[in-house]
Design a protein around this ligand. Structure first.
Ligand SMILES: Cc1cc2nc3c(=O)[nH]c(=O)nc-3n(C[C@H](O)[C@H](O)[C@H](O)COP(=O)(O)OP(=O)(O)OC[C@H]3O[C@@H](n4cnc5c(N)ncnc54)[C@H](O)[C@@H]3O)c2cc1C
Length: 357
């Protein structure tokens, strides 16, 4: 069995900043990730349309961190202090930890109604699959299920140049009365009007009953036929947590204390979308947590108390496609236009600064 001091599961927005800081301190760690790269989820809409190239949407892990095992985590054996993983999908590998296990396995789609033939875009290959479906022939009907920030970004990105060139028919479906619930009313209004101007057909206020046989059926009986159904209707934490016996909340996130330790464990930490902190499942929270533990994990494990962390939601910038975006800072302040577009670009670049690329 392989053994390391700090075993990190998942090389995403939480795991990479954490591993990067442990590497700088010269700590012994191993990062296990199912792919040799991190897919930058915030860039998935652009990866789908091809408005950025593959290399812009991923970060190769080995050149940055060196100690990386490309394998699929299957199970965490808490009592045996080891993890069962599948190496390149073939051979079973056991990896143990001496000082701490840190789980940053991210999110999965949370599907609560029958959904056949839906495209779940989580990583680069999924984005390619969606792109192929868009290009299959002219005039494809694209149905985006979920009008939160992910669905709005998909619609905005697909509706610009590519949508016009390919003559796409784009539908955006949301059960809540409006798009972007939780954002200030001006931001919601702006997003709706920009998308409608770009030809997106918006359906709000009626939940989806099912997606099957090439059509999405709403609870009121309306049917929307589609060639490509994109999922943006909710996420939950990785199922590995639940399957491994962690106590979890209603979104499958492990219950943790203020230092992100799993309940009843001094040596197991849970970060990002997998951590039940009551904060939204967002990259900005995952990065804050990864950076914090990257600084203080060795200290916490050796029994010292670091300053209490202050993880906080700072607002959201939602891209509406080419040259348009809405930004919401807190519950009230919002703005749109070039300022929001530039802010979105700066926030994207800031992540590279966090890991010094
Ligand atoms: C389209 C889209 C746009 C978004 N835009 C924003 C935004 O603008 N701002 C924002 O703050 N948030 C945004 N988010 C949310 C953000 O991406 C997530 O909150 C963030 O990725 C969570 O970070 P994480 O480290 O917990 O998980 P992830 O970043 O998902 O990392 C998890 C890693 O674990 C790996 N993994 C998963 N399961 C296994 C397994 N069993 N074995 C091995 N490896 C595994 C994955 O390959 C991945 O590399 C967006 C999400 C999407 C889908």
């Amino acid at each position: 069995m392989l053994k390391t001091d700090y075993l990190i599961l998942g090389g995403g927005y939480a795991g990479v900043p954490l591993a990067y800081r442990l590497a700088r301190k010269g700590e012994d760690f191993l990062l296990v990730n199912r792919r040799p790269y991190q897919t930058l989820a915030a860039l998935l809409p652009e990866l789908i349309t091809g408005s950025i190239c593959e290399e812009e949407g991923i970060i190769w892990l080995k050149p940055l961190l060196k100690k990386v095992l490309v394998a699929e985590v299957r199970e965490i054996d808490l009592s045996g202090r080891r993890v069962v993983a599948l190496d390149h999908g073939r051979e079973s590998v056991l990896v143990g930890w001496r000082k701490a296990l840190v789980i940053c396995l991210g999110w999965e789609p949370d599907v609560r109604f029958p959904a056949k033939g839906v495209c779940f875009v989580r990583e680069l290959p999924d984005a390619f699959m969606a792109r192929r479906a868009l290009y299959l022939q002219e005039g494809q009907r694209v149905v985006i299920c979920g009008g939160g920030f992910v669905g709005v970004e998909y619609a905005g990105e697909i509706a610009t140049d590519l949508g016009i060139k390919l003559g796409l028919e784009i539908h955006l479906v949301e059960a809540a009365p409006d798009l972007l619930s939780g954002l200030p009313p001006e931001a919601r209004k702006k997003a709706r009007s920009v998308l409608e101007e770009r030809g997106v057909k918006i359906h709000t206020g009626v939940p989806v009953e099912a997606i099957d046989k090439g059509r999405l059926v709403l609870k009121d009986g309306t049917e929307i036929p589609g060639d490509l159904f994109l999922w943006a209707a909710g996420v939950r934490a990785s199922r590995v947590l639940e399957a491994s016996g962690f106590e979890v909340d209603e979104r499958g996130r492990a219950l943790v204390d203020e230092y992100l330790r799993a309940q009843g464990r001094e040596d197991v930490f849970v970060l990002g979308d997998c951590a039940g902190t009551g904060l939204p499942m967002l990259g900005q929270i995952a990065v804050q947590q990864g950076k914090f533990l990257g600084e203080y994990l060795p200290q916490i494990v050796s029994g010292q108390e670091p300053p209490p962390p202050r993880f906080a939601y700072k607002g959201l910038v939602v891209s509406l496609g080419e040259a348009e975006a809405v930004a919401a800072l807190g519950d009230r302040v919002s703005f749109s236009g070039m300022l929001a577009v530039v802010l979105k670009k700066i926030l994207g670049k800031k992540y590279f600064l966090d890991i010094r690329i």
